[in-house]
Design a protein. Sequence first.
Lengths: 159, 159
Amino acid sequence: TERPVTGVALDLNHSRINVVGVPDHPGVAADIFMALGHANISVDMIIQGVPGDASRQQMSFTVNKDQVEDALDAIKPVLDKLGGTAVADPKIAKLSVVGIAVGSTPGVAGQIFEAVSSVGANIEMIATSEVRVSVVIQDDKAKDALKAVHTAFNLDAVQ
Amino acid sequence: TERPVTGVALDLNHSRINVVGVPDHPGVAADIFMALGHANISVDMIIQGVPGDASRQQMSFTVNKDQVEDALDAIKPVLDKLGGTAVADPKIAKLSVVGIAVGSTPGVAGQIFEAVSSVGANIEMIATSEVRVSVVIQDDKAKDALKAVHTAFNLDAVQ
Ligand SMILES: C[C@@H](O)[C@H](N)C(=O)O
Ligand SMILES: C[C@@H](O)[C@H](N)C(=O)O
């Protein structure tokens, strides 16, 4: 497609929670996220990729900044029972780049990562689908990273 | 919303590649995915969540089964230069559950994980957005997991 990238949005409303050292067997993710559901907490992104140490798994998720304490409270009993710890990071920014086949067009994700890193922003989380590439960085470089992505894909041109 | 989940799809066309032990500084993700782009490899999902050991990062991505060798060849020079290793798993299945606010409606992700784990399938990767929850499991339990999600959300009902 001529224009794999059609927009980019900056989200400063969420905090990240990293959960590490949980057992890696069926039911663990269900327990954690059912607990959040019972506490009526809306989860923006869930990411689980490569495990931690042998037979322990880890995951990150993001919630609204004003729900971090409630989220940590909700999962504490689950982590106490299963083992594992949760650590919050309130100073994140999420950049989401959207477009038809943005995730699947060869090289586009690489160009997005290059634009973000060009301003010195370290990419802390990545989640992509065919139509959306989301990266999480520290919020101090968020506006620069947003500008760099705009420039890399000519998004500041008048449409 | 009345029906946060409107569909689920099973994808058996992709393999996973885990990249571990890469440096955690700006430019690393760009190098890896630009190399894949130059090799014209389409990446289906990229997931990076919690780091590995101190100052080393890790990520998973999925490519078409028939592109695994090309993908490993493409990133080898990058990993040789930066440090890090890549390991492929060809026997994965990806279940994607879609619907308005499927990711953000409290408890829905937890119910999806519960359905998948109810058939004994271990959840190996998770990536969610507001409208899509994707989980990766081993392919031997894929059909059972698909059925369980259908049942959990009444998706086999005639619409
Ligand atoms: C590991 C990789 O994501 C690195 N943090 C980067 O910004 O490119
Ligand atoms: C860690 C967690 O995802 C676990 N593998 C599960 O299936 O629930």
